[in-house]
Design a protein around this ligand. Structure first.
Ligand code: 6GU
Length: 226
């Protein structure tokens, strides 16, 4: 899996890929992330990448030419399964989207900024438009990190059995049950006895019950889908 990320603020993309599970996956060559600074394709001496919008209105728009040049360059070297534009008006990202995308080979993520990108880039290049939730972020970078992280952890070999993705919240459309570790009594709060019982059938039953209870309380919408 190769992910190319196009950004006008590439500094925002450093942290999330430099530690923990994703960093290990990159180091083990199970995934590649290539970050491209849009500014390098900017126009003129000032490397301009944004401009005022036609028709008026506050906020700058990322210009078509720099994006088009960079996208052309990337497509010269390989074919891409999808070109995804991160935008609050995109389709909602969820676990099913991550599962689907994790089966693909080459992916481009375009981070918008300010008022977004020129519509013609969306018309010409973008194959999917994705939002990570009903709120507005300052740019697409944090959303791109969310996509990359949620995809990369699903690539075979990235997680070991102990951290298996199959038991995550949402993987079975339920929220995850509570977990405990030592000590068994903390400030007078006991770990549920069943978890200490060694009876795996009972433990599984307890976890399923808790999952269902928590999902019903917090996210009843998850139980209604389909
Ligand atoms: Cl993908 N981008 C921005 N800027 N804001 C968002 C978003 C994306 N998803 C939710 N809010």
């Amino acid at each position: 899996m190769r992910i190319d990320i196009i950004s006008a603020a590439p500094e925002l993309l450093q942290g999330p890929f430099s530690a923990s599970i994703v960093a290990r996956a990159l180091k083990a060559n199970l995934a590649e992330i290539h970050i491209h600074d849009l500014r390098e394709y900017g126009l003129g001496n000032y490397r301009q990448i944004d401009d005022y919008q036609f028709g008026g209105g506050a906020g700058m728009v990322l210009m078509a030419e720099p994006l088009d040049q960079l996208l052309t360059e990337l497509h010269k070297n390989r074919t891409y399964d999808d070109v995804i534009y991160l935008t609050p008006d995109g389709e909602a990202w969820n676990q099913a989207s991550a599962n689907r995308q994790s089966l693909q080979k080459n992916l481009i993520l375009i981070c918008g900024h300010y008022k977004g990108i020129d519509q013609r880039i969306r018309d010409l290049w973008v194959t999917k438009e994705v939002s990570v939730g009903d709120y507005v972020l300052s740019g697409g970078e944090i959303a791109a990190c969310i996509l990359a992280d949620s995809i990369i952890r699903l690539i075979p070999g990235v997680l070991n059995n102990a951290t298996s993705a199959l038991e995550d919240s949402f993987q079975n459309k339920l929220l995850a049950p509570p977990v405990y570790t030592r000590p068994s009594n903390f400030k007078g709060l006991e770990v549920p006895k069943v978890l200490l019982s060694g009876n795996f059938k009972e433990i599984e039953k307890w976890r399923d019950q808790k999952s269902m209870e928590i999902t019903k309380n917090r996210r009843p919408d998850l139980l209604k889908e389909e």
